[in-house]
Every structure is written in C-alpha cells, then in structure tokens.
Design a protein around this ligand. Structure first.
Ligand code: SF4
Ligand code: SF4
Ligand code: SF4
Length: 248
C-alpha cells in the first residue's frame, strides 16, 4: 500500500510565521479576512475548485495508485480543503502517466474521467518566474548535489516504483553542465510542445513554455535552484497566462 503523505505535519502548526511560510510555499493565499483561499495544484482531471471541494470524498484512492508518489493529502487549512489531494511541485510533480490512473481511481467525479491520457491533463501552466536565478540565464553550471532532493524523496518512500528509479537515472549526470533540466525532464509525450531551451537574440538561453504544457510541475520539482526559477500557476492555461495576461 502506498504511503500516505501529509504535509509538514509537525513543525509549524502553532506558529503564525510558520503558517504564513507554509501558506506561501503551498500556493495558499491569505485573504484580507484572514481566511485561507485555496490555490493548490490539484491532481490531473480536477474539476473547478469549488466543485472539486464539494465532490472529493477524501478517500485517497488517487494517491494510492500514483506510481510516482506525486499526490499528498492536505492536513492544513481552515474549514474546507483538509484531506483533499494536491501536488506540491516543489517536492514531486506529476509524471503524466499514459492512462492517468489517479483519474481512473477517483470514485466521486472530483477528478473528471474525460482526462484519459497525458495530453488531456490541464493542471496549470509553467512560468519562468525568476529568470535572474535561472542557471541557464546566468550561465551557471548545475551545482554538485543538485539531485539530493530527489534522492532524499526516493529514500523516504517505502514502496519505490521502478518508474521512479528510471526518473532518477534520467536525472543523473548533470553536475557541471549547462542547465537544461526543466526541458529535459518534462514528462509530456512530446516535451517540445511544452518547453524548450531557446537561445535569444541577446545570446542568453532560457526555457520557453508552449501550449503543450500541462502544468504537471515536474520542471518546478527538478529545477536545481533552492527557490525554483520555474513555477506552476495552478489552473491557468497557456492562453490565460501568455496570451490574455491573466495572473490568478
Ligand atoms: S498522472 Fe500519474 S504521476 Fe500524475 S498524479 Fe496521476 S498517477 Fe500520479
Ligand atoms: S513544461 Fe513540461 S514539465 Fe513543466 S509543467 Fe509544463 S508539461 Fe510539466
Ligand atoms: S531547471 Fe531551473 S535553473 Fe535550470 S534552466 Fe530550467 S528554470 Fe533555469
């Protein structure tokens, strides 16, 4: 049985500063009233947030079947949202399985069964939020130890799936090289439809995002900068962000 993970259970529960920090890290915004508004990255197929919260029965079936241990259950929040599944792309993105088993496993309709294959996934959109810290932009080689976070993650999983070992293998050997990790690790069947390293007229190479990006979060997970330079904007599409200029 897959290990059910819950988020950072012990260390910030009763600290105001901790709460603010956790909220920021998890994509939760504090409104002026102090209530917590959810803007979590939900698993593939998640219906609109309000409907999702109404439909999800918090059974954990989606996370039980995820071979990459990408899904967590929220144990932090006020009122709604506790126990619902989400993906923390700082820790583990969704690796866009062919048959999207998390959706198939969902008995409630919270994950829409029309999401049948990887290219149907629409979780959000990737954005190079911090070009100033992107190793490609700053022409900084990938540092030693860049893979420690993923290795630690695997080391703490009780039932490692062979697919996770393959990811780790693919992630190996980048130390000292130009950083292309976000583009190289993109799990889409045609990653060039989602992201590519592009040399600009300035001579700087940087990742560029395209319509095929599903917001799976893998680029954010693998970005070797401590605060990932590339992040996911949950529930926004390529058109929303890059064409209409929508920001939330
Ligand atoms: S598509 Fe696969 S990797 Fe992504 S959340 Fe679902 S089961 Fe996990
Ligand atoms: S660029 Fe690729 S890895 Fe990044 S969110 Fe989009 S689909 Fe996922
Ligand atoms: S993985 Fe991060 S640092 Fe490397 S090129 Fe992509 S955004 Fe830049």
């Amino acid at each position: 049985m897959a290990k059910i993970k819950t988020e950072r259970r012990d260390f910030v529960k009763y600290s105001t500063l901790g709460i603010l920090g956790l909220a920021a890290a998890s994509g939760i915004a504090l409104s002026s009233s102090g209530a917590i508004a959810e803007n979590r990255l939900r698993p593939p197929g998640a219906v609109d947030e309000k409907e999702f919260l109404a439909l999800c029965i918090k059974c954990g079936q989606c996370l039980q079947v995820c071979p990459y241990h990408s899904i967590e259950l929220a144990d932090f929040g006020k009122g709604h949202g506790v126990g619902t599944p989400y993906i923390d792309a700082n820790i583990r993105g969704c690796y866009a399985c062919d048959a999207v088993p998390c959706v198939l496993a969902c008995p409630s309709g919270a994950l829409d069964h029309h999401t049948e294959k990887a290219t149907d996934i629409k979780m959000g959109i990737a954005v190079l939020e911090s070009p100033k810290t992107c190793l490609a932009v700053t022409r900084t080689p990938v540092p030693a130890g860049y893979d420690e976070k993923m290795k630690d993650f695997i080391a703490n999983v009780t039932n490692v799936n062979p697919l996770e070992d393959k990811i780790l293998e693919k992630f190996d050997g980048y130390e000292g090289k130009d950083c292309t990790l976000c583009a190289d690790m993109c799990p889409m069947p045609n990653p060039l439809s989602a992201i590519a390293m592009v040399k600009k007229s300035s001579g700087i190479t940087r990742p560029e995002i395209y319509e095929g990006c599903t917001g799976c979060g893998v680029c954010q997970e693998v970005c070797p900068v401590s605060e990932p330079a590339i992040v996911i904007k949950p529930r926004l599409s390529y058109e929303d962000y890059y064409i209409k200029g929508k920001r939330s």
